[in-house]
Design a protein. Structure first.
Length: 376
């Protein structure tokens, strides 16, 4: 299988099994090599004297991220986290007294916190408690009012592994003229996505989970209709000027306007120590193909689901609509004891809200899944 060849791109520790990609993805060897090259640029800054690295690095990164998302390059915003994109939308939309934002009350904090300061502007932020683990289309439709301007949800729920129906919720939002903002951090890189085919207006993601980039990387995709309506909150010189501009005898700062592509990016887009290895990680995933990655991950998830003892654990994550996360709740012993037993044996998973979360990726094998099942 092609994935076997690519698995060799990742370090492996004897006696240690990393099944916690939902927290951090492994950095590929080729990304570490790219980082070492970028370090040389700073050791010998004459390599940075030309302007090319400052333009080529963000351009190459934007191109790779656009391929992952099925997006146009001009629609991609370079970020340092999923939160960057969420704050970009929350602070850029012209929301005021009487407007509503709908979020899931049990969502990950990063999807709720950016909206709460809007209450100071008179915006009502409504935290809707789902009957199950995630809000259904019917629940979102019931929550929408004439004042609702934004719905913000995760694609794959971090605490349960359950999948939000993006098609259904997106259609409900679109029929009411509501922006639909999605955090795809627990899916992008392990589940194929084409943002142009989804009724979604913004998709954000961390870059350090399933995309296997360094910590401090991320992406934000904005549908042009949403992007065009955001209030400018910053004017960054690299989004408006070139080296030639700086070399000119005079510079009229009052007349400059930012380029469309990159105007909303995080500052420091060349970010050599983060973005250079991030590019290498993305190009590895694209070389294999996100469909192939998804098939490998799903095979491991199916193996986990088949091996879990249902007399000892309640399955929280979905079985028919699967995600890259398998979440179980112990029935016979405290979750802390299960987590510590796994950790003591070198099997690394997550402990969240009294549950055990297992998240395999490209670098994991069936044998490692079986090891975790033995300990469970």
């Amino acid at each position: 299988m092609a994935a076997d060849r690519f698995r060799r791109e990742f370090e492996r520790e004897e006696g240690s099994v990393w099944l916690n990609t939902a927290h951090q993805g492994r950095l590929p060897r080729r990304a570490a090599e790219a980082l070492a090259e970028a370090v040389q640029w700073k050791l010998h800054p004459e390599a940075l004297a030309a302007a090319e690295p400052f333009s080529e690095v963000p351009s190459r990164l934007r191109r790779a991220l656009a391929q992952v998302l099925g997006a146009g390059e001009a629609e991609v915003v370079l970020a340092n986290s999923a939160s960057y994109g969420l704050h970009l939308v929350a602070n850029g939309l012209d929301l005021g007294p009487g407007d509503e934002v709908v979020v899931a009350a049990n969502d990950f904090p990063s999807d709720i916190l950016p909206w709460l300061p809007l209450r100071d502007r008179g915006v009502e932020v409504r935290l809707i408690e789902p009957d199950g683990e995630v809000l259904t289309t019917d629940e979102v439709e019931a929550a929408l009012t004439d004042r609702t301007r934004v719905v913000c949800l995760t694609w794959v729920h971090s605490f349960s592994g359950q999948v939000v129906n993006l098609e259904g919720v997106g259609r409900a939002c679109r029929s009411r003229g509501v922006w639909f903002v999605v955090n795809g951090s627990q899916a992008v890189g392990a589940m194929p996505v084409d943002v142009h085919e989804l009724p979604v207006d913004a998709m954000v993601s961390a870059g350090f989970k399933w995309l296997c980039g360094p910590y401090g990387t991320g992406v934000c995709w904005l549908r042009p209709a949403l992007s065009d309506g955001l209030r400018p909150t910053k004017l960054y010189w690299l989004s408006a000027l070139t080296a030639d501009d700086l070399a000119a005898p005079t510079l009229d700062l009052e007349s400059i306007t930012p380029r469309r592509t990159g105007r909303l990016d995080v500052f420091g887009t060349a970010s050599f120590f983060n973005h250079v290895p991030f590019i290498a990680a993305l190009e590895l995933l694209l070389e294999l193909g996100i469909d192939e990655v998804a098939a490998h991950v799903d095979g491991l998830v199916v193996r986990l689901l088949a091996g879990i003892d249902r007399t000892r654990f309640r399955l929280v994550s979905g079985e028919e609509i699967r995600s890259p996360l398998v979440v179980v709740e112990p029935l016979r012993e405290p979750s802390r004891e299960v987590f510590e037993r796994l950790a003591a044996a070198g099997v690394h998973v997550a402990h969240r809200r009294g549950r055990i979360r297992i998240s395999p990726h490209l670098y994991n094998t069936p044998d490692e899944v079986d090891r975790a099942l033995e300990l469970l």
